[in-house]
Design a protein around this ligand. Structure first.
Ligand code: PHE
Length: 490
């Protein structure tokens, strides 16, 4: 193992001491090495196992605010004692007037301990050499504590410690270094002085690189773990889902966040008075210069399907309003991608999917997001029927390891029959999405000739199962610990 120049120097110093010496780090002085460099070298030696470091904490006293004040003007008892000595005897009031209430009070309390006590409102000076000496020593103690040089007598220390803000206690950690057996065995380079630690312009320009040795990189030396970029768990899951549908022979399609209600709702036979079309469920968008409505020719057909139906079906029987179809919104589901794609690809078979965002004016809770991804898919062709649909959905979930999926009857304005996918998350049944066979009122106006099976599944709800997440909001709250616990690479 190669050592840096500083590590080498510290180790050499330690080896020069008698065996098993324990040295305080702050007592080591090595030429050309700053304190910080020394600490860093010692820490490296410790990590590499050549020395052990023990930290011991000591209490150290320093002057507090009051201590510093009395360092300059003298302790109250010293000031008052001098005054008494000059005056012989003084009235208590005189002391308070002269030294202030606080300082005077402290002085009286302290002097009383030496028998210099007030009697009848006045204090008489008594010659007491022991008291005078001790008070002088207290004053000296303040100087000692201030400079950090010398030691203070135990008895004096006790007195000072008990007095408010006179002293401040500091906890000081001291590091002690001991050489390990491994350190003792290591042979050190005689002088690391001319080996090159870092390549900089000086090393190159001076030509020193030609004659000197380079310090080797130590590939086994311990380093902090780095968290390189990795894929977001949702991105990973999207890729997994895509691969499943691609392998089943589906192609991916894409759509737009902002859509006409005509495509998002009306083309899917969602009546204009349907509650899901209301403001509390759908984000409508005000657009100044609306793009032109694609394929406006469908509007008349959709109108007829809504108002009076198609042959054999009665329709919703209300007055359809084109203005309502020409409002724009944030798509509420990706089934809008499906229906437009089918209209533009009327020749069966068609098997496509999309994994994109949908938006709902939803109150967010443990299983609802207002912005979510849907795994949308459709198969249009001769063999499109409910068994195929059931098989496809079960196959999809089982490829992700979920075999306990329930399919239950449900309702959508555009499918009949309809089925919801239900799974159990954390002991609770949660809807994973919807599916069904498109109704003729949807397919006929679009000019589709074969049956259509379709589904729309929640990606984040799938993520809850896949990653064992109890609250759907946790997926997007950017908890670094959670994100870093996955290591998905492209
Ligand atoms: N669009 C429905 C939803 O958002 C799901 C669905 C898709 C239902 C296709 C039936 C057919 O919940």
């Amino acid at each position: 193992m190669d050592l840096s120049r500083n590590e080498n120097e510290v180790l050499k110093f330690m080896k020069g001491l008698p065996d098993s010496s324990r040295v305080a780090e702050d007592s080591i002085i090595l030429p050309g090495m700053t304190k910080r460099e020394l600490v860093s070298a010692v820490s490296w030696l410790q990590q590499k196992g050549f020395v052990t470091v023990e930290t011991e904490y000591e209490q150290k006293f320093a002057l507090g605010g009051e201590g510093r004040k009395y360092l300059n003007e003298g302790l109250p008892e010293l000031q008052v004692l001098k005054f008494l000595r000059n005056e012989g005897s003084v009235m208590l009031d005189q002391i308070f007037v002269r030294f202030g209430k606080e300082r005077g009070g402290i002085a009286i309390t302290q002097l009383a301990k030496f028998g210099i006590k007030p009697k009848g409102g006045k204090i008489v000076y008594l010659e007491n050499p022991a008291a005078a000496r001790e008070i002088e020593d207290r004053q000296k103690a303040l100087e000692i504590l201030d400079s950090g040089q010398g030691s203070v007598d135990q008895k004096i220390m006790e007195n000072l410690r008990g007095r408010g803000d006179l002293l401040e206690v500091k906890k000081i950690g001291r590091r002690y270094i001991t050489l390990t057996d491994k350190g003792r065995r290591l042979e050190i380079r005689d002088s690391g002085k001319d080996s090159i630690e870092e390549i900089d312009s000086k090393v190159i320009l001076s030509g020193r690189w030609k004659s000197s040795a380079f310090r080797e990189y130590d590939l086994s030396s311990p380093v902090e773990a780095l968290h390189g970029a990795s894929m977001h768990p949702i991105t990973y899951l999207i890729n997994r889902v895509k691969r499943i549908f691609l392998e089943l022979g589906f192609s991916e399609i894409r759509g737009h966040y902002i859509e006409y209600a005509g495509w998002n709702m009306d083309a899917l036979f969602i009546p204009q008075h349907h509650p899901a079309r209301e403001l509390q469920d759908t984000f409508y968008v005000e657009v100044k210069n609306k793009p032109k409505f694609e394929n406006p020719e469908i509007l008349q057909k959709v109108k007829r399907s809504h108002e009076s139906g198609i042959p054999g079906y009665s329709g919703w029987r209300y007055r359809w309003d084109e203005a309502e179809a020409r409002r724009m919104l944030l798509r509420t589901h990706t089934t809008v991608n499906t229906i437009r794609y089918l209209y533009n690809h009327r020749e069966p078979p068609v098997a496509v999917f999309s994994i994109e965002k949908a938006f709902r004016h939803e109150s967010v809770d443990w299983k609802h997001l207002a912005e979510l991804h849907q795994i949308e898919g459709v198969f249009y062709g001769k063999d499109a029927n409910i068994s195929t649909l059931k098989w496809l959905i079960r196959e999809f979930y089982s490829k992700l390891g979920f075999n306990e999926i329930k399919l239950i009857p449900s309702y959508y304005p555009y499918t009949e029959p309809s089925m919801d996918v239900v799974a159990v998350i954390d002991g609770k049944e949660v809807e994973m999405g919807g599916s069904g066979l498109f109704r003729p009122e949807v397919t006929a106006p679009m000019g589709l000739k074969e049956p259509v099976i379709a589904w729309g599944l929640g990606l984040e709800r799938l993520a809850m199962m896949f990653y064992d997440i109890k609250d759907i909001r946790d997926i997007y709250n950017s908890d670094l610990d959670w994100l870093q616990s996955y290591r998905f690479r492209r």
